[in-house]
Design a protein around this ligand. Structure first.
Ligand code: G3I
Length: 363
């Protein structure tokens, strides 16, 4: 088993949690108690900002009605990503009929709170409208549908989002192309074309490929490394690589994360941690929360160490609103705030890592 070296504040929080457990208290009040003793007031984004990065959190539209939740979202984070609101099923529910209501609501929230927005996502195999998935298309027809979709959506959000996940989850675990509708109908050329159409619609927005299980060095990240190198050689507009980072304690920390981030940066693209969460087998306990905190700190450190790692986004920030329990029954507690919106040890670990880097920047 890997020995976990905990940072001082994480140790304090973990200790507080253990003491609370001994006293028969739940984990949440313990995390609360640890946070209550923290003297500093800088938010995660303020600290990240000092290092030239952002710290963000994704949000799904219905969550904005939760006012306590929205208050923290708007104050602690400098960037947001719509969890669903800019996906194809939401933005083009009928062919040629565009609906930007959900995405616009999040852009408006972001603007009124001084937050940047990552656009997510122009093409994905999931959450496509049924008119698209149930149709039978020739390669030319689907190319034209894809071009029209990308052009409309990117133009609508021009100047409002700073980056787009142009293509999401286009590789299999073994590094072969995922056989999504675009690959099956058009072939792999849809990727470079999608990037070019997005660039034509907004010359300034940063264009990303984004996927999960690419944080470690392995066949899937190798495939992206090769693809991005090839796209660059062809002159296709690729600006960034998004590592989603949906991690799980039971599967181990991603092997050589920092080295992996660095090799993409060395290709001449930005890297972002786009959907960070770290789930565990429930119930959570002090030891798991301490290990989770350590992982959050390590992911943050890895990004902070690579100049072109431009920011970190957590996929939601609180266990109150998370996609995990419905997809992985028996797992959860993945985020830095608990369901009562109290800080968990993970929050302190992120804060520590950012504060250290921000202080070093001043020197
Ligand atoms: O819109 C319907 C609503 O009408 C219905 O009443 C409700 C009942 O279940 O479902 C609603 O749809 C849900 C949708 O989110 C909008 O809330 C779907 O069931 C649910 O499956 C869907 O989950 C989203 C998931 O992507 C879909 O795969 C999550 O919220 C979203 O966080 C998640 O995000 C993805 C990223 O886009 C890509 N990377 C992985 C990440 C986590 O799965």
């Amino acid at each position: 088993m890997r020995t976990t070296v905990l940072r001082p504040r994480v140790r304090t929080a973990a200790l507080a949690a253990s003491v609370a457990l001994m006293l028969g208290l739940a984990a949440a009040p313990a995390a609360d108690a640890a946070s209550a003793h923290r003297p500093e007031t800088a938010t995660l984004d303020q600290l990240a900002h000092k290092t030239g990065r952002y710290f963000g959190a994704a949000v799904d539209n219905p969550e904005l009605a939760d006012t306590d939740f929205a208050k923290i979202l708007g104050s602690e984070f400098g960037q947001t990503t719509p969890g669903n609101g800019m996906k194809w099923y939401a933005t083009e529910p009928q062919r040629g009929v565009f609906d930007f209501t959900a995405g616009d609501e999040i852009v408006k929230f972001a603007q009124s709170n001084g937050m940047k927005v990552r656009g997510h996502t122009l093409l994905w195999h999931n959450q496509l409208p049924s008119w698209l998935t149930s149709g039978t298309w020739t390669a030319d027809e689907l190319r034209s549908i894809l071009k029209n979709h990308i052009t409309h959506v990117v133009k609508h959000y021009k100047g409002k989002v700073f980056a787009w996940d142009v293509a999401n989850e286009i590789m299999n675990e073994d590094g072969t192309y995922r056989e999504n509708i675009f690959y099956k109908t058009i072939g792999p050329s849809y990727i470079a074309d999608a990037l070019r159409w997005a660039r034509a619609a907004d010359p300034r927005v940063k264009l990303y490929l984004n996927d999960y299980n690419v944080e470690a060095i392995g066949p899937k990240s190798d495939a992206y490394y090769k693809l991005i190198k090839q796209l660059k050689a062809e002159g296709a507009p690729i600006d960034g690589f998004g590592m989603q980072a949906h991690l799980a304690l039971q599967y181990g920390f991603p092997d050589r994360l920092q080295e992996n981030i660095q090799r993409f940066a060395d290709l001449g693209v930005d890297v972002a941690i786009t959907e960070l969460d770290i789930r565990m087998l429930l119930p959570s306990d002090a030891a798991k929360l301490a290990e989770q905190a350590d992982w959050y700190g390590r992911v943050t450190d890895a990004c902070l160490t690579v100049k072109r790692c431009v920011g970190i986004t957590v996929w939601g920030y609180t266990d109150r609103h998370s996609w995990i329990p419905s997809v992985f029954p028996g797992e959860g507690a993945a985020l830095p705030w608990d369901e009562n919106l109290a800080h968990k040890p993970a929050y302190d670990a992120i804060h520590d890592a950012l504060a250290k880097a921000a202080a070093a920047k001043k020197d």
